[in-house]
Design a protein around this ligand. Structure first.
Ligand code: A2P
Length: 324
């Protein structure tokens, strides 16, 4: 099954279906990793205000682009409104902070990062109560924030608007104002999001998969906290067997599966060899039997890793997206 290399957006801009993820990458390693990713041919790079690394990414991008407008045009840079900014009167301020740090004339895609909200505490993107729970703002609503985000386009500083971590009902509600041009959610072999992908596809919304390789760092952190075990997706026997047959690595099989599953993916790595490997997924295909075998590994909601349990208290927000 052949897969297009891009999603074509409403104005014909192209969003590459393999991007480079930057979550949980510290500043010192990020700069080198982004250099390696740009050299390897990645055009789509994903960041967020909440990752607290936009200035570092901006430095690496500036070095790569120099004065070459064409080099900038080839790139597709994504950032996100943090949970403290989910209020109409704060959207512009938070966007401007990302815009300044990235140092680009425009950002290609700006997403509402999550549908729940934290209190706005200047200088603290993850404000906590003394007991360690998050300072959650229960009064915010995604529709008014989404309306305010639409105005960002008028400035020319952002070309496309989308959302992340939303469920089908939330997507539909936002579509009544304006269709999100992208939905970024967790998708991998154990959490394949089949119903959400079908719903987004019928609404004409492209999906970008975060944690496409199972986000080992997050799984390890949650496992330490809760004792729950998260299987290593790279070590699943079916994945390893198919990788051997194709002379590919397990990561390439997981990513190729996602492409054939109809979504874009933003794997992250800090290792130049693996960074290169993760974008070399265009010159082979999984056959129907292999595809179906991997499709059957889906655990649905039970396979979700990023359930936001590390933000204690957000599950009480009326817009918390995941209902068991
Ligand atoms: P590393 O940075 O050492 O390469 P996800 O994108 O799902 O969040 O997964 C990222 C994790 O997967 C990181 O721990 C990363 O480690 C690891 N990883 C990324 N690419 C590969 C690869 N090609 N093979 C094995 N592990 C990989």
């Amino acid at each position: 099954m052949s897969v297009p290399e891009y999603f074509v957006l409403d104005n014909e801009d192209r969003m590459p279906r393999i991007g480079f993820g930057t979550w949980q990458t510290s500043d010192d390693v990020l700069e080198k990793a982004v250099d390696a990713a740009l050299k390897a041919g990645y055009k789509h790079i994903d960041t967020a205000r909440a990752y607290e690394n936009e200035a570092t990414l901006g430095k690496a991008l500036k070095r790569w682009i120099g004065d070459d407008e064409d080099k900038r045009k080839e790139l597709f840079i994504v950032s996100k409104l943090p949970p403290g900014g989910n209020r109409p009167e704060l959207v512009e301020e938070y966007f401007q902070a990302s815009y300044n740090d990235l140092g680009l004339k425009y950002i290609d895609m700006y997403l509402m990062h999550v549908p729940f909200s934290f209190e706005h505490v200047p200088g603290d993107l993850h404000p906590k109560n003394p007991d360690g729970s998050m300072k959650v703002d229960l009064t915010t609503d995604i529709v008014s924030t989404w309306k305010a985000m639409q105005k960002l386009k008028d400035s020319g500083k952002v070309r496309h608007l989308g959302v992340s971590n939303m469920n089908e009902e939330q997507l539909k509600r936002l579509c009544e104002i304006a269709k999100p041009e992208c939905l970024q959610v967790e998708v991998h072999i154990l959490c394949q999001q089949k119903p959400l992908i079908a719903a987004a596809s019928s609404l004409g919304i492209p999906i970008v998969a975060y944690s496409p390789l199972g986000s080992k760092a997050l799984a390890d952190m949650l496992s330490t906290k809760t004792g729950r075990e998260y299987p290593s997706q790279l070590d699943l026997p079916a994945v390893k067997e198919i990788a051997e047959k194709h002379g590919r690595t397990p990561a390439q099989i997981l990513l190729r599966y996602l492409l054939q599953h109809g979504v874009a993916a933003i794997p992250k790595s800090t290792d130049p060899t693996r960074i290169q490997q993760n974008i070399n997924v265009w010159d082979f295909e999984l056959n129907e039997a292999e595809f179906n075998e991997l499709r059957s590994l889906d655990q649905g909601e039970n396979g979700r890793i990023c359930d936001f349990s590390f933000f204690r208290g957000v599950e009480k927000h009326p817009e918390f997206p995941f209902k068991k």
